[in-house]
Design a protein around this ligand. Structure first.
Ligand SMILES: *Cc1c(COP(=O)(O)O)cnc(C)c1O
Length: 443
């Protein structure tokens, strides 16, 4: 198998970015279309910056994941990781496809419930669940709590007992595997804050069995995000399988293995993880364990199904550099500033799409040097008002946005069946301060 973890991505030309994304087409008159809807029509109707999500892309990605596992003879329960994109429209769409939810806060738990996801189909993860979150989740009838430490287990037992409830829990194992991803999104190494060291699991599992209000049913892992190779998964799942056998040999019941998420997508011209190779790694490592398998994909399902549509405010020359200043900024899409991440950019105009390119710094108007979407990106010359699609922004995009620099939150739109619906209006200026209170003394 090709060692994709060593893949060094070259800067793809804009024609290559387009060719690799079948949901996008360039039309001579209409310009760039996404799922058959001209992006110009969306920008004309709702302005920019605007998030655009494609229902067809999400459905297709969900179906491909289910199919890859079916081909491997497996049928894991899919619990969509809400933190990737928590819009009610996205959650409803995924719930309709049969997905449960993986949540990391009471807010996400409530959002998932709001769209009709049954509490019994929700998994609660995270290293720092508060007592209030545990109590609310238990009261609502949460399906599974992924416990990340002995300390948390003790508190959960106390709360469940107080409520007269039994918490169905799995222990999150830290398999000490390097997922080969960005340091800020790797989670499965021994010195990360996540999970419980493998050697501590057998004793803690036995302890959990004896704790009041606690029913241990299995193990969970989540080794990181944007993982492009099945190799770290195979290593981690192999360790999990060994632990399941150890637990069973000690007389414990183990019926659930939560495989986590982290499936990587192609942002540049690197291939996304092979679903077939991933599903086969799962089958090889844990296929014979006779456990219910859970998957918690976030980015894989929604990342390529979304884009941020922006307009060019102006181009300026500073020293030797050409700056393209957009009306979108780091407060909208934080990933480039936070993780140096790459987002492909496509001009919306068919004429600009084929115009000669030169290197550009693509920046937003926020007063931070970090407000940079790309450096040295080969792009055509833009006029004021030219539109640009920032690709693969459906995951960890809008959820991380903020009103920094008092910039109202962008609108969002869902494209479905050749039509589009506004799903979040652009925030109004007065809404920026609507919740703020002036003490009498300084009025
Ligand atoms: C973030 C997270 C996920 C989803 O990660 P993706 O990389 O978006 O698939 C799944 N499970 C847990 C516990 C997480 O923290």
């Amino acid at each position: 198998m090709q060692a994709v973890e060593n893949f060094i991505a070259a800067e793809p030309a804009i024609a290559e970015l387009l060719a690799a994304r079948p949901a996008f087409k360039m039309h001579a008159q209409d310009g760039l279309c996404f799922e058959d809807v001209p992006l110009n029509a969306i920008a004309d109707a709702h302005g920019t910056p605007v998030w655009v999500y494609g229902a067809g892309s999400i459905r297709a990605r969900y179906a491909a994941l289910v199919q890859a596992f079916a081909d491997a003879g497996l049928a894991p329960h899919i619990h969509y990781a809400v933190k990737a994109n928590d819009h009610l429209a996205i959650l409803s769409l995924l719930r309709g496809l049969g997905a449960g939810a993986d949540v990391v806060s009471l807010g996400e738990f409530s959002r998932a419930q709001k769209t009709g996801v049954l509490p019994s189909n929700i998994v609660f993860s995270g290293v720092g669940k508060s007592r209030a979150e545990m109590a609310a989740a238990l009261t609502a009838g949460i399906g599974q709590i992924n416990v990340e430490s002995a300390e948390e287990l003790r508190v959960l037992s106390e709360i469940a007992t107080g409520l007269g409830q039994t918490a169905r829990i799995v222990l999150r194992v830290n398999p000490d595997v390097d997922a080969g991803t960005h340091a800020k999104i790797t989670t499965g190494r021994a010195d990360n804050k996540f999970g419980i060291a493998a050697h501590e699991i057998p004793a803690l599992y036995a302890h959990a069995k004896n704790l009041p209000g606690i029913e241990p049913v299995g193990l969970a892992l989540h080794i990181g995000s944007q993982i492009l190779s099945p190799a770290p998964y195979a290593a981690a799942y192999g360790k999990a399988a060994a632990l399941v056998r150890t637990l069973r040999a000690a007389g414990q019941q183990v019926s659930v293995l939560d495989l986590g998420g982290g499936l990587g997508i192609g942002y540049q011209d690197e291939p996304g993880i092979s679903l077939a190779a991933f599903a086969n790694a799962v089958r090889q490592q844990v296929g014979d364990l006779d456990v219910t398998l859970l998957l918690e994909p976030g980015r894989y399902l929604v990342g390529p199904a979304g884009l941020l549509l922006a307009s060019v405010t102006l181009e300026k020359q500073a020293g030797t550099k050409r700056f393209v200043v957009l009306d979108a900024a780091m407060n909208d899409l934080l990933r480039p500033a936070l993780y140096d991440s790459y987002h492909g950019m496509l001009p919306v105009s068919a004429v600009e799409f084929v115009s000669p390119v030169s290197p550009a710094e693509v920046v937003g108007p926020v007063c931070e040097t970090g407000d940079t979407f790309a450096t040295g990106r080969l792009l055509p010359g833009f006029a004021e008002g030219s539109r640009i699609a920032l690709l693969d922004a459906g995951a960890y995009g809008a959820v991380m946005s903020s009103p920094y620099n008092a910039r109202p939150r962008a609108a969002s739109v869902l494209v479905d069946g050749g039509k589009f619906d506004l799903i979040t209006p652009r925030q109004k200026l007065e809404d920026l301060w609507a919740d703020e209170i002036l003490p009498n003394a300084i009025k």
